[in-house]
Design a protein around this ligand. Structure first.
Ligand SMILES: [Fe+2]
Length: 245
């Protein structure tokens, strides 16, 4: 078993110097990510050290919980960019959002423009407890509104693990999948890693993201990966190049 593990690369070794991250929580004090600007500085420095070339950070927008808006996120991004520059951190970054799909969101995107990762690609998530009953309708309406939804960390929705068909249905509705990189190291537990392997093997992932919130996440990039589908994983990582800015 040990020699088997030895042959696996560390997660950070898979991220070439052109890697573009599209999911993280680095803006200070607006969600459960960086608590303050000094956290932001440390995490952005760590991104540079791991070798990320650019990143799009994605604060949560969740009604009554994380009441961020496109305007407040952009303002925060602009202020943060000045501070990072003052601290000699040169990695280019932008801000988008990770939208929680619920009743509020269903109405929100029909009246307000969403903050996208690039063009019409929008990062979305759902509850870890159960999916919204109207999930398929929301995804359909999002497409009709001209967006391409990217579902964050499908491997982390445990209720789909024994209901794999649901993943197929979401893909058929035009929903793209973003793998949380740390799932490949076992960070979220073995069950999540197992489903990650299955989704990788079936070619169901479109993109990857770090979903970094804090320093423990950064440390885990030093871990060896546990999945066997290394070449599939490398291909998905490469797909992130379309987000270059
Ligand atoms: Fe996230």
């Amino acid at each position: 078993m040990l020699s088997f593990l030895k042959s696996k690369p560390r997660l950070k070794e898979l991220l070439s110097n052109s890697y573009i991250d599209i999911h993280s929580h680095l803006l200070p004090g607006i969600d459960d990510g960086a608590k303050n600007i000094s956290d932001t500085i440390k995490l952005a420095k760590a991104f540079e050290e791991i070798g990320f070339s650019q990143f799009v950070t994605t604060p949560h927008i969740k009604n009554h919980f994380w009441d961020n808006s496109a305007a407040t996120i952009i303002a925060k991004q602009q202020h943060t960019a000045i501070v990072l520059e003052e601290n000699n951190i040169k990695i280019p970054f932008r801000a988008a959002a990770e939208y929680f799909m619920d009743d509020w969101f269903e109405n929100h995107f029909k009246t307000e423009k969403l903050l996208t990762i690039k063009d019409n690609y929008v990062l979305v998530e759902i509850s870890y407890i159960n999916p919204p009953v109207q999930l398929h309708k929301i995804l359909f309406d999002l497409r009709v509104a001209g967006y391409i939804p990217i579902l964050a960390h499908p491997e982390r929705y445990l209720y789909y693990h024994k209901n794999f068909d649901e993943y197929e249905k979401l893909k058929k509705l035009g929903c793209l999948f973003q793998l949380n990189l740390l799932a490949t190291t076992g960070y979220y537990g073995n069950e999540v890693t197992k489903i990650t392997e299955e989704l990788l093997k079936k070619g169901m992932y479109n993109f990857v993201g770090s979903d970094v919130h804090h320093h423990n996440h950064i440390k885990s990039f030093d871990q060896k990966i546990k999945v066997n589908s290394i070449s599939d994983l490398k291909e998905v990582i490469k797909n992130n190049n379309i987000f270059k800015f």
